[in-house]
Design a protein around this ligand. Structure first.
Ligand SMILES: *[C@@H]1O[C@H](CO)[C@@H](O)[C@H](O)[C@H]1NC(C)=O
Length: 361
């Protein structure tokens, strides 16, 4: 049942359309006889002046909802007497099957930002020859590698900044049970829990931190894998070392599995609602609303457990109709010995439990 299956996918070579006669540089077209550069000026460029772009080597770690600045600076070697006009372009590199994404470009004095980044990005040029990118109100999908490119008409240099949001990976199975989700439904299921489908790197890190899960789940790149720390017969066999068990890439529409979701550190607060009686699912939703909050999503409960140490031995309803409780410090009569978020699955909506609410703030 858990054999490793590798799928060989045909490699598609795509040819991109290109305007004839113009050199194509990362989305910008240049006419070779650049208008704002005189021929003398151009001459000096070939006299050994080098454009150098600097970005930090270390990964920047941050969290959901934060503002962050991705540093980028440039200079010339040897230094130039007079500044030369440059264009700046930031874009996010393609990753885990997600396409490359334009973030911001400068056009003369103007700046243009794109897609999800509109209104959230700002070029920081506090110092001379700075081209840093400020990114506000970070979202889980903002994790990744960003390229800062400086273009001065004849030269074109760039550096990469890696941004990582701290978060928690959790396996998810819907009400219908095990292995019910194709890739697209898996994406939707994670989204409904306040999360996104985890990347291989995120699941791998969770495995390093001890995640052991014997049901295979979708990852962002369209592969299906599961992390095993204690090798055992039904989970790939005793002969295999601890590690990630992979089914390889699966068909995104036809194949059905569980999913690994990732949620970045929590915005707002998750709490167990103190209430005189136990509640049905509908009453639980209402009780959170009356408390100026919403019934918590599964991802929010995991984030509160992982980052705020939420610890409560009472099962509570969550938005998807499951009932769970978070244990940060294990103790007798409170489930298995290791810390974790325990699940009661999806009880009858008329049965009575507590509730976990989430308040934005
Ligand atoms: C991020 O920047 C915006 C605009 O400058 C500001 O209103 C907001 O409070 C900042 N958020 C955080 C978490 O610092």
């Amino acid at each position: 049942m858990h054999a490793s299956v590798g799928l060989l996918l045909p490699v598609l070579l795509l040819t991109l359309p290109c305007a004839p006669g113009l050199p194509f540089y990362n989305g910008f077209y240049y006419s070779p006889g650049g208008r704002d550069l005189g021929s003398d000026h151009r001459e000096s460029l070939f006299n050994g002046v080098k454009l150098v772009v600097e970005t930090p080597e270390e990964t920047l770690f941050t969290h959901w909802g934060a503002n962050v600045t991705l540093p980028c600076r440039y200079h010339y070697e040897p230094a130039l007497a007079s500044p030369r006009p440059v264009r700046i372009k930031w874009w996010k590199l393609s990753e885990n099957g997600a396409p490359e994404q334009d973030v911001l470009v400068t056009i003369g004095q103007r700046r243009r930002s794109f897609g999800d980044y509109e209104g959230r990005v700002h070029l920081r040029q506090d110092q001379e020859r700075e081209a840093s990118l400020e990114l506000r109100d970070l979202r889980p999908e903002d994790s990744g590698r960003y390229r800062c490119e400086v273009i001065d008409g004849l030269e074109d240099e760039s550096g990469v900044v890696e941004l990582e949001l701290r978060g928690v990976v959790f396996p998810y199975q819907p009400r219908q049970g095990r292995y019910q989700l194709n890739f697209h439904e898996a994406q939707q299921a994670c989204e409904e829990q306040g999360a996104v489908v985890a990347s291989f790197e995120q699941l791998f890190r969770a495995w390093e931190e001890g995640l052991d899960w014997c049901n295979a789940g979708w990852l962002q790149d369209g592969s299906v894998q599961y992390p095993i720390t204690l090798p055992r017969e039904p989970c790939g066999g005793l002969g295999l070392a601890p590690g990630m068990r992979s089914y390889g890439l699966r068909h995104r529409r036809l194949h059905r599995y569980d999913v690994f979701c990732f949620t970045a550190a929590l915005k707002g607060q998750v709490y167990y609602l103190e209430h005189p009686e136990k509640l049905t699912l509908a009453e639980a939703r209402e009780a959170c609303r009356e408390d100026g909050a919403h019934i918590a999503k599964v991802g929010q409960l995991f984030a509160a457990w992982k980052f705020r140490g939420l610890d409560r031995c009472d099962a509570g309803w969550l938005a998807d109709g499951s009932a769970r409780y978070p244990v940060a410090h294990s103790r007798p009569n409170c489930g298995p010995p290791e810390p974790g978020v325990r699940s009661f699955g999806f009880p009858d909506p008329q049965s009575r439990h507590g509730v976990y609410c989430h308040r934005q703030r």
